[in-house]
Design a protein around this ligand. Sequence first.
Ligand SMILES: [Zn+2]
Length: 284
Amino acid sequence: MSTKDTKVLAIDCLDFGLVNDWGLTGFQLDHTTELTPYMWHTEYPHTAHIWPYVAMKVEPVKSGKTVSWENPLIDHLSTGLSFLPKRLREYMGSKLEDSGFRTEHLQIQNYDHPHIFDSVFQWPGIRNEHLKRAWDLSQEVAYNKRDLEEAKNIVHNDAMESIDWLISTEGLTATHIHYIDFCSHIEARNEVALKQDYKLIEGLVNTVRENVESLMIISDHGIKAGWIDTPPVGHHSMRGYFSVTSDWPTPIPQNVKQVHDYIRLNKNPENNLNELLNDLGYLS
Ligand SMILES: [Zn+2]
């Protein structure tokens, strides 16, 4: 295959089960599968661990340092959250998990490690502007300092910016959107609202499909939803998502740890053949 103008769209938290249950065919390219997440010593799949691995094949390493940004919720945790309603505590717990609090002994080895794409927007090191804004907004919503619809609009605008960038680029290019994850933690018990959020992003994916021929959609995990899952609702589920157009080879990856090599080995097949021959001693 040629990866000239191949787009990689990372949709954080796009849940394979929910896409299927709701029949959202816009997300389904020519080959689609449920993608199993990978956890590095964490109980649930971790956004800040998976995406750097996909782009750079770097794994989080144990360290005394924290990977979280300054997080006002940490102060509240230390003073105890038992007075808060269960639903809010679950929600806060899932957000702390996103921000790395529960895995403070793990950090990404090297955020500046080379990635496999020709160009990227809002992804590889993952400590990027859009993601930080989404996490900050989720905390503001949790504390009733920000209207949910207003926050969703801001995160959706960021997603549209990423989509516009992706469509306008050349080569093997990649971007990440966080809208589904942002909504999923808040609306994990609200099927009607979350389905609307999915349809909104399906619309953006349809725009991409109208403008590009070669596309890959990846999701790092799904969400434990109140109407299909057992507690704790609002934490990341094991139902990631993977879909490619027909120019990508089969079989396609089933586990998120396979995605990096799948992209790398198909990025430039001729170079990889030379690499293979070299490894086998046929070239010197
Ligand atoms: Zn999340």
